[in-house]
Write a protein that binds this ligand. Structure first.
Ligand SMILES: [Zn+2]
Ligand SMILES: [Zn+2]
Length: 259
């Protein structure tokens, strides 16, 4: 089992990180990809605490689209900040989360786009896969991925919430699809359809902790151990064993992120 996307270096976990990691180990997680925001000093510093307690944790560093406004005047500075953080964290295995969020629009869209582009260029220079956050920005996301030749490094659409056609577009350019706890929600019918069609060798699973706790923990702080509910629900939808989903996700994690 793996968790391909969690934020356990954030403030929600400083009080009981040991217990959270113990439960993750108890749930037989071999690895977790811990997302770090390059513009968040406390989170970058807390990464050492995470890897100290959990040597199998790996890191992905990026400037989130919500924070892109800080770099509106100088988008290349976002990539420079990520590159500096990578230099300080030898367990970094990806650039992200990066992308576009037109649902919240916390940053002006041109800034989101330029900051996304600069970070794809950095990922290509470093030979690292990318972790994509995209919301209500499907066409622009695929346009930028194509223009920046992102398929050269590949990566994952994290917390995928698109429909079947969008899943097909992501798969066609060689990307992985990571499903989060939303797939356990009874009314997420479109996502259930996606869970059935993603090839086993492109499927990842995640918690996005502390967000998006799956059923039966909905509404509480999420944590990596809860990824088992995501695997179980996907297995049920596909008519496969949970162990099959877990093993596929682990194999894909190893191939993509080279932990
Ligand atoms: Zn995200
Ligand atoms: Zn996230």
């Amino acid at each position: 089992m793996i968790d391909s996307h969690c934020h356990i270096a954030g403030p929600e976990f400083t009080g009981d990180l040991d217990a959270v990691i113990a439960r993750a180990r108890g749930a037989r997680l071999a690895h977790a990809m811990v997302i770090l925001a390059a513009d968040d000093e406390p989170e970058l510093a807390q990464a050492a605490e995470v890897s100290g307690h959990w040597p199998e944790a790996r890191f992905s560093i990026g400037v989130h689209p919500h924070a892109a406004g800080k770099f509106a005047e100088d988008p290349a500075a976002a990539a420079a900040q990520v590159e500096a953080a990578i230099a300080d964290q030898p367990l970094t295995r990806a650039v992200g989360e990066i992308g576009l969020d037109y649902h919240y629009d916390f940053a002006p869209r041109p800034a989101q786009q330029q900051v996304f582009r600069e970070q794809i260029r950095l990922a290509r220079r470093r030979g690292l896969p990318i972790v994509i956050h995209t919301r209500e920005a499907e066409d622009d996301t695929f346009m930028i991925l194509a223009e920046e030749s992102a398929q050269d490094v590949g990566g994952v659409f994290h917390c995928f919430t698109g429909d079947r056609d969008m899943a097909r577009r992501a798969l066609d350019i060689g990307f992985h699809i990571s499903l989060a706890g939303i797939v356990t929600f009874p009314r997420a019918l479109e996502l259930h359809e996606v869970a059935r069609i993603v090839p086993l060798d492109r499927l990842l699973i995640e918690t996005d902790s502390p967000f998006l706790a799956p059923v039966p923990h909905r509404g509480t702080r999420n944590e990596p151990a809860h990824v088992v509910y995501v695997a179980e629900r996907i297995a049920g939808l596909r008519g496969e064993a949970p162990e099959t989903i877990a093993a596929a996700a682990l194999a894909n994690f190893q191939r993509l992120f080279k932990p």
